[in-house]
Every structure is written in structure tokens, then in C-alpha cells.
Design a protein around this ligand. Structure first.
Ligand SMILES: [Fe+2]
Length: 314
């Protein structure tokens, strides 16, 4: 059975994170046989924002698409960079008129890959709805709820599949057919997608992350969260064959507070003064997940990925 492997990596943090990623990414991509790589780069340059030079360094390592979030706007020249580079995304649900774009499609080795970047609104700035934005963008790509719910041979195969972690097919709950007709937010059995559809949902709230994943279930291959910098162990395959992971974590300094320098973060937390945070230095770890996607576009397996930098002993 033909499958594709999508490697999605959490927010890369500052120069330490950048240097580590550049040093390990090519070998990691090869070792995992990843067909497509997405990385969130909103914190790549000095901890806040993304410069063109850092974007080029990451893309030269084999990353196909850079996603982002609320901090993407913080470097001078980002508007021009987003406008000219289609594979550097900002969240799609910023109000109309924002520079750049939040969705990208590309054909790679004969496979049509789609990446959609969205941002949450709970405990974040109240930008446009990620739900209605995703509805519109997916419809523009020909992926509608109705199409996703279409009965296909895949549905029958999936319903009969076993529930092992390395199963070839997606497992669909037995009651899901009836449920899907009554409740349009619950898709029973996904019809084929035009290719893998990856969503980076940059959000604080896990309620919002799970809600959007279930809302889009069957219409996308994967929804992976970013932004908290904390990797979660909540991976699961949703009805309709959508892989979900609440947060990919971060690619940055381990001795830190979610990537920031510990001393300045402690001063800020204890004093409640608006002390500027700096990215930490030191040994790094990378965090993300490898999603196996069937030719139908549905996720069949999720493997969390973590690698730590080894520092030579003094
Ligand atoms: Fe963020």
C-alpha cells in the first residue's frame, strides 16, 4: 500500500535552536524517510519572528514549508518576505488585507501536498474564526464536508480494519455512519482527499485545538498544534481518518522556560514587570511527529519524534 510520511516539527527557538536544526535536519529527514517536512518558524530569529536569512537556512535543510503564528510579524521585512515566498505561511485567519497567505499547495514527487496554517483565538488576539476560515479555504480546494462524507470503498475498508497502532487503515467507530448524518460536525468516513492535507493550528487552548480537529475531521489528513512549546502525548486518529496531536512541542534550548532564558523569565514571573525575554542558549532538543498518510489522504499512524543534542563532556 502506498503511504506518505509527513514530518511536522514544533517552533524553532532562537539561534541555538536554528543552529541545532541546521545541523540535524538533513540526516533526520533521511533517517525517517520523510516525504514532506513542515516546521513552525515564528520564533526562529532571535526568539521572535523570522528573517529571510533564517528562512533560507531552514529551507536549504530539506524543509518544504515554514508555518508560523502570532510572532511572525516581529521582524522588519516580514511583509515582503511573506508576499514573495509561497511556502512561508502566516495564519490564514488574519483579517483580509494581511500580507502573505495561510495556505500552500505544491506537487512533490507526483503527490499534491496542501498545508494550511491557522491560529486560535482563545487566550490570543481575536482574529477571524479559524473554523469558518478553514471551511472556506478547503472548499476553495474542492474539499467540502459533503465530499469528505461521501461513501467510498475506503469507508468499508476502514470500518473493517484493526485498531493497532501500525494498522494500514483508519479505524472508524461502528456508530459513526448514523452520527454523521445527524451531526454535521462529526464526519464518519472520509472520502479520498486530493492528497495529504496538513494543518498547523497555532493555538493556546487545547479545547480549541481538539474542537477544530474534530470539526475538520475527514477533510484533512492531520491537525497538529503549535505555540505552547510543550509536546503533548495526546495523539489519536479521529473519525474520518484525521491524525491529531495537541502540540508538537519546540525545537530549542532544553535549559530554559519554554525556550526563553531562565533568569530573565524568572525575574519577569516573580516581579510581574514587563522584562524582555531572550531566547536561551545551550543544548537543544527537537520535537515533533511523523504522520503516515495513506494514498487516500487519511492518516494511519502517528509517531512522536524527539531528538536531543549531545554535548561533549568537559
Ligand atoms: Fe506563538
Amino acid at each position: 500500500m502506498t503511504t506518505y510520511k509527513a514530518l511536522m516539527l514544533g517552533d524553532v527557538i532562537g539561534s541555538a535552536g536554528m543552529d541545532y536544526m541546521v545541523s540535524v535536519l538533513p540526516a533526520l529527514i533521511e533517517a525517517l524517510s520523510a516525504d514532506f517536512v513542515c516546521l513552525n518558524a515564528e520564533n526562529a530569529s532571535g526568539g521572535f519572528g523570522l528573517s529571510e536569512a533564517d528562512a533560507d537556512r531552514l529551507l536549504a535543510c530539506g524543509v518544504d514549508c515554514l508555518t508560523s503564528g502570532n510572532h511572525i510579524w516581529e521582524k522588519k521585512g516580514i511583509s515582503e518576505l511573506l508576499d514573495k515566498r509561497q511556502n512561508i505561511l502566516r495564519p490564514a485567519n488574519y483579517p483580509s488585507g494581511a500580507p502573505g497567505r495561510g495556505v500552500w499547495q505544491t506537487e512533490k514527487n507526483g503527490v499534491l501536498w496542501t498545508v494550511l496554517n491557522l491560529q486560535g483565538r482563545e487566550s490570543m488576539r481575536p482574529i477571524d474564526s479559524p473554523f469558518s476560515c478553514a471551511d472556506q479555504l478547503l472548499a476553495d480546494l474542492g474539499i467540502t464536508r459533503e465530499a469528505a462524507m461521501a461513501t467510498t470503498s475506503l469507508a468499508g475498508e476502514a470500518a473493517a480494519a484493526s485498531a493497532t497502532a501500525d494498522a494500514d487503515s483508519v479505524v472508524v467507530p461502528a456508530e459513526s455512519s448514523a452520527t454523521s448524518a445527524a451531526n454535521p460536525t462529526f464526519v464518519a468516513s472520509g472520502g479520498p482527499l486530493p492528497g495529504p492535507v496538513l494543518v498547523d493550528f497555532h493555538a493556546e487552548s487545547f479545547e480549541e485545538k481538539e474542537a477544530l480537529a474534530l470539526y475538520l475531521a475527514g477533510r484533512i489528513s492531520v491537525l497538529a498544534g503549535t505555540h505552547t512549546h510543550i509536546p503533548t502525548a495526546d495523539e489519536r486518529i479521529l473519525p474520518g481518518g484525521t491524525g491529531y496531536l495537541g502540540d508538537l512541542g519546540m525545537c530549542g534550548p532544553v535549559d530554559s522556560v519554554i525556550g526563553s532564558d531562565t533568569a530573565s523569565c524568572l525575574r519577569r514571573c516573580v516581579s510581574q514587570m514587563p522584562i524582555k525575554l531572550e531566547p536561551a542558549a545551550g543544548a537543544c532538543a527537537l520535537s515533533g511527529a511523523l504522520f503516515t498518510i495513506a494514498a487516500s489522504g487519511h492518516c494511519t499512524e502517528i509517531q512522536r519524534i524527539r531528538r536531543e543534542q549531545t554535548v561533549p563532556a568537559c
